[in-house]
Design a binder for this molecule. Structure first.
Ligand SMILES: [Zn+2]
Ligand SMILES: [Zn+2]
Length: 343
């Protein structure tokens, strides 16, 4: 079969490899579509610093169950499934407390839990092997475009679930970056709350997209942006900021607009530093979290919202062999929504 491999530091190659066989407790999924994510670009850009080479890329996979290994119960050949992005153990203290995105067994203090495409072979291939527990039924959701629900849907869902008690009617939420994750995050906030949504993006096309998805206010980043947002709240500040970019200017914007006791979630991996000191600087009580992936419960909520038509992923498809074009288009900011590689 054909597979997109991270063969050496910063290098992606298209290779012919054997069709994998499912082992005990595993299934083989015929991939219908694999999402390309900014994290894939981060891995490429890390060069030597990334530890795993020779793996098939792709952590946003969905497809059709193609074969069952020994003792692989719970799925039938022909079922459409989505592949979870966080392969937690399900049994450790973190997992049973519902914090499976911080699994103690497959992840750890310095690492994330096992992730297809990053720690084992992923979805950018004709077939992939998945432990039964990590394949969730898709029902009527089209598997071609569903893969990104497992990251571009799950990751915002998790971040939003940590702030949803503050998304009361009358609250204001700022969403920074209306790309692959942000455009889903915006829909989730609109679907589960009556909060006002302010969208920020440097790209006029993406702001237009944000309006179509229900953003109440849109702003391009600039020297006046923070003061304009503060004006919307009579200078008090906003209840929630979801930063899907995370570079220094967006993190600074978050700090400049957050209300006392406001919640800031840093989701994008842009490397920005939130200015927080143990001194008298206001606003008091701001809660800042870096947000990683999501739990199995979050993923079930994403699938329920997608099945109900409350969220949808915008995407464009590329044949698997055109992975380089998809990477170039993502880098150039040409995509509205996700790129999906179709084997
Ligand atoms: Zn991702
Ligand atoms: Zn665990």
């Amino acid at each position: 079969m054909r597979a997109v491999k991270l063969s050496s530091p910063g290098t992606v190659t298209f290779e012919e490899v054997p069709v994998p066989e499912p082992g005990a407790g595993e299934i083989r999924v015929k991939v219908a579509g694999a999402g390309l994510c900014h994290s894939d670009l981060h891995v490429l850009d890390m060069g030597d610093a990334w530890p795993a080479f020779g793996l098939t890329m792709g952590h946003e996979g969905a497809g059709i169950v193609d074969a069952l290994g020994p003792n692989a119960t719970g799925h039938k050949v022909g079922d459409p499934v989505i592949v979870n992005v966080v392969w937690s153990c399900g049994n450790c203290r973190a997992c049973v407390e519902g914090r499976d995105n911080a699994c103690e067994v497959t992840g750890g203090r310095d690492s994330f839990p096992t992730t297809p495409g990053l720690s084992c072979d992923g979805a950018m291939a004709e077939y992939m092997i998945v432990p039964v527990r990590q394949a969730l039924p898709l029902g009527d959701i089209d598997p071609v475009g569903a893969g990104p629900l497992t990251d571009a849907g799950l990751t915002p869902m998790h971040a939003i679930n940590t702030v949803k008690h503050r998304l009361t009617p009358g609250a204001t939420a700022v969403i920074i970056g209306i790309g692959g994750l942000g455009h889903v995050g915006l829909q989730i906030v609109k679907a589960i709350s009556a909060a006002r949504v302010v969208a920020i993006d440097a790209d006029e096309k993406k702001l237009e997209h944000a309006k179509q998805l229900g953003a109440d206010f849109t702003f391009a980043p600039g020297p006046e942006t923070a003061s304009k947002i503060l004006e919307l709240t009579n200078g008090y500040g906003v209840d929630v900021v979801l930063d899907f970019v995370g570079v220094q200017p967006t993190v600074d914007t978050a700090a400049a607009v957050i209300a006392p006791e406001g919640l800031v979630r840093l989701v994008g991996l842009g490397g920005g530093a939130y200015p927080m000191n143990a001194d008298v600087a206001a606003p008091w009580g701001v809660d800042v979290q870096r947000s990683y992936g999501g739990t199995r419960a979050d993923l079930l909520e994403v699938l329920a919202l997608a099945a109900a038509g409350k969220i949808h992923l915008d995407y464009q498809t590329y044949p698997l062999e055109d992975f380089q074009q998809a990477i170039d288009d993502l880098r150039a900011g040409k995509l509205v929504g996700r790129a999906i590689l179709v084997p």
